[in-house]
Design a binder for this molecule. Structure first.
Ligand SMILES: Nc1ncnc2c1ncn2[C@@H]1O[C@H](COP(=O)(O)OP(=O)(O)OP(=O)(O)O)[C@@H](O)[C@H]1O
Length: 399
């Protein structure tokens, strides 16, 4: 997608494992969202595997996904499911594409850029990211900010729990007065991609010929269109066994019709019962409860009242109602000892803002605009080359 060139010289880049979102400071939605994927045609001859040949055949982002509808493709995902960067040169290719969509051929050296970063990205990866933007791509200056802090910034609160539900994982990050509470965050190794893979597995068990690697994009489309979070999975299990109300069909690119029933909610249950996906850990709602209960008693009420869902996977239908209900049940049973009359007049509340898929981007765009002319937040290329990554990290607080 090529967008209208903007005069604003401050950009925002949200680097996620499934997509890269780029836009201009002050504008709340990204101008371009490029799937973080590179595709090579499967029939590509290995004999001609020299770099320029390979580059000619390479399809980036949406082109790679579209290419997969007409021919077998070999895909590369630059970011690993764990959120670490797997292949920096592929990431740079996708970044260039996304950034060029916005600057439309202009030199990057005219621009400053705010980069969002996962709260736990390793320093070595942050350094490589700064190298890519400042040295390789040649941006004028950068600033990097934690995604959780940017999410809270959009909601105008300083204390809350950010539940980032992305492609590779779910991060639960309690934030007190604008800062992540050290050592209390938790990560659940189940994200959008695991749900898609689990859905494909369930459909294979049902007899459909789907391949966990090659058909991952088809699986993603089925998930996004047909899957939902059950409020009460036992009830939906009974509905699936005894009625046809849950049945829905999905047409594959080759015309085959796939019929879905209990898989519609069953695949997503991996988020609430990770053992279904061979992951020994508490499920999402229990993990949020445990994180809040670990926090200092004085801030627990504010944490319970401000649980904010963000990220693409939080678009799953029914997720807000399920998590809120699960938390209310646990809060009543474990904290109020089964006696709702002990309540202090508030209940756990889960917020699912409409723009939650782009909440990190929204916070980044607002914040970048706010600090655009404030040199305390920006590190120039020269400064970086002289003082290194710590100079960038020192300027990364949201105040
Ligand atoms: N309507 C939808 N229903 C369900 N899932 C969705 C929907 N839209 C997007 N997703 C899922 O959201 C995930 C991508 O989310 P997001 O863009 O937040 O990830 P990311 O920021 O790239 O990942 P990460 O935070 O793990 O690095 C994908 O698995 C995608 O299938």
């Amino acid at each position: 997608m090529v967008v209208q060139q903007s005069n604003n010289k401050t950009l925002v880049c949200d680097v996620g494992s499934s997509s890269i979102k780029v836009g201009v400071a002050g504008k709340l939605t990204p101008d371009t969202v490029v799937p973080c994927i590179i595709g090579y045609p499967r029939n590509y001859s290995r004999k001609n595997n020299c770099k320029s040949e390979k580059e000619r055949e390479m399809l980036i982002g949406d082109d790679a996904l579209r290419g997969g509808k007409h021919q077998k493709m070999q895909y590369r995902y630059p970011m690993m499911e764990t959120g670490r960067v797997y292949d920096w040169s592929s990431l740079e290719i996708v970044l260039r594409r996304a950034l060029q969509n916005v600057v439309c051929g202009q030199d990057f050296s005219q621009y400053k850029i705010l980069i969002t970063r996962p709260y736990n990205m390793k320093k070595i990866d942050l350094k490589t990211l700064a190298d890519v933007f400042l040295v390789t791509l040649g941006f004028r200056a950068v600033t990097m900010h934690e995604q959780a802090a940017l999410v809270l910034y959009t909601q105008g609160v300083e204390t809350g729990v950010v539940v980032e539900l992305g492609e590779s994982k779910a991060n639960i990050i309690p934030v007190y007065k604008g800062h992540a509470i050290p050592k209390l965050d938790q990560t659940l190794a189940v994200g959008g991609r695991s749900i898609t893979s689990y859905l494909i597995k369930l459909l294979r068990l049902k007899g459909f010929q789907l391949n966990e690697e090659e058909d991952i994009e088809i699986g993603r489309q089925i998930k996004e269109q047909a899957c939902y979070v059950a409020f009460d999975p036992n009830l939906d299990e009974r509905l699936a066994s005894e009625t046809t109300v849950l049945l829905e069909s999905f047409k594959l690119p080759d015309g085959t019709l796939i019929s879905l029933g209990r898989e519609r909610f069953g695949a997503v249950e991996a988020l609430f019962k990770p053992t279904l996906w061979n992951c020994e850990s508490s499920g999402l709602s229990d993990m949020i409860f445990e994180v809040i209960q670990e926090a200092d008693i004085d801030c627990r009420a504010d944490l319970y009242r401000n649980i904010i869902l963000s990220g693409g996977t939080s678009l799953l239908k029914g997720i807000q109602e399920r998590v809120e209900n699960d938390l209310n049940v646990r809060y009543t049973n474990d904290v109020l000892k089964g006696k709702p009359s002990r309540s202090l007049g508030w209940k756990p509340h889960v917020h699912a803002p409409d723009s939650r898929q782009h909440l990190v981007f929204e916070g980044a765009a607002l914040f970048a605009d706010y600090v655009s002319d404030d040199s305390r937040y920006w590190v120039s290329r020269e400064e970086y080359l002289q003082h290194g990554i710590q100079s960038v990290l020192d300027k990364c607080t949201i105040q």
